[in-house]
Write a protein that binds this ligand. Structure first.
Ligand code: FA5
Length: 346
């Protein structure tokens, strides 16, 4: 009997040691310690032994029981620890879940692009207020009161208590020219990016709120040739191809002489291949903006002596340029808030 107990104990301990998981351990416990186990059967048999045998076998059975219980407890703890460690394990090679990120609006991208090109050409970036006085928006840039030119840009007027200091939502970035010149002495070259407002019906190429880029270069001997050179360098860098600029005589009160300027079509390349081109409607040129030599009256309004300096200025629409670059057919997409538009520029 003693041998049988010791053999059973050895078997039980070996089985416990080899158990792979908590279920297997439980089955071993039932086999060796459960109600119908051999150990229980042996324990029940003790009462039938004589006293001398009881004194020998009793402690052996107790020891075997203790040894098995201890082994079971130790193994259970070991398996539990292993299970917890498994649960905390992170697979660093597993594919991650994609984080949704925001992105810049296409107009911001174009604005940054334009600013980068100009700053590498030595221009400083200048800012000005969107709510502007009538003086800086019109008077200072040589648009006389009651002059029909004031109607060229449909203006949002702001109601103010004092009618002598009327305010507007600026209709063009030209409004910043005199503000800047009052504070600075030539020579300088600046660009003025900004939001402008006009009270007009919207269509595929017109918005009531849009952005302009003004460039202003003033010095002792600045000429139209400088303007052409800078404009061609800028547009070639912006469209990443060789671009020609064409001037057409035009009228803006703040410049003399004044021009409208076009670039050769970025789609067909120019008049030679323009037949049937949808971008330029077959004429080979795309209208970009207005330009000219700064009117001496503007310099005088800024406090400079008449005929002391020369300068050129130009202004163009940011949205129209972005439309050309990204082949966008309707200006209203930009402010529509339709995420499908912006998402294409991630
Ligand atoms: C002006 O605003 C002049 N201040 C530009 C200028 C500056 C001329 C310096 C000479 C010297 P104009 O009104 O043409 O000019 O507007 C300039 C550009 O703004 C246009 O060529 C066009 O690209 C853009 N633009 C004008 N109106 C709108 C509109 N409603 N929606 C979108 N873009 C517009």
């Amino acid at each position: 009997m003693e041998e049988a107990i010791q053999k059973m104990q050895a078997e039980a301990l070996a089985a416990i040691d080899a158990a792979q998981d908590e279920d297997a351990l439980e089955r071993i416990r039932v086999t060796y310690m459960g109600k119908k186990s051999r150990l229980v059967a042996l324990t029940k048999g003790i009462k039938d032994l004589d006293d001398a045998q009881k004194r020998v076998v009793g402690p052996i059975v107790q020891k075997a029981k203790q040894a098995i219980v201890q082994a079971l407890t130790r193994k259970r703890e070991e398996l539990e620890t292993a299970r917890d460690a498994q649960a905390e394990w992170i697979d660093v090679t597993a594919p991650g879940t994609k984080v949704r990120r925001g992105h810049l609006h296409p107009l911001t991208l174009v604005q940054r692009d334009i600013e980068n090109i100009f700053t590498t050409m030595g221009f400083a970036i200048v800012d000005g207020p969107e709510v502007e006085t009538e003086f800086y928006n019109f008077d200072a840039v040589n648009v006389p009161k009651e002059h029909p030119a004031r109607d060229m840009q449909d203006t949002f007027w702001i109601q103010t208590a004092n009618n002598n200091a009327r305010q507007v939502l600026r209709t063009h970035t030209t409004s910043v020219q005199v503000r800047y010149m009052q504070q600075h002495t030539p020579p300088f070259r600046i660009i003025i990016p900004g939001r402008v407002f006009r009270q007009e019906a919207t269509d595929s190429t017109h918005e009531h709120t849009f952005h302009q880029f003004e460039a202003l270069v003033v010095g002792d001997d600045v000429s139209v040739a400088n303007f052409l050179d800078i404009a061609q360098s800028f547009f070639s860098a912006f469209f990443k191809k060789d671009i020609k600029v064409r001037l057409r005589p035009s009228y803006f009160p703040f410049v003399e002489p004044g021009f409208e300027f076009d670039i050769n079509c970025t789609k067909c390349g120019g008049p030679e291949n323009a037949k049937g081109c949808s971008a330029c409607k077959g004429n080979g040129w795309l209208e970009i903006g207005g330009a000219g030599m700064v009117h001496q009256n503007v310099f005088v309004a800024a406090g400079y002596k008449r005929n002391r300096y020369q300068g050129f200025a130009w202004g163009f629409g940011l949205e129209r340029l972005a439309m050309m670059k990204y082949k966008i057919d309707d200006i209203r997409h930009f402010h529509s808030g339709d995420v499908r538009v912006g998402a294409q520029f991630r």
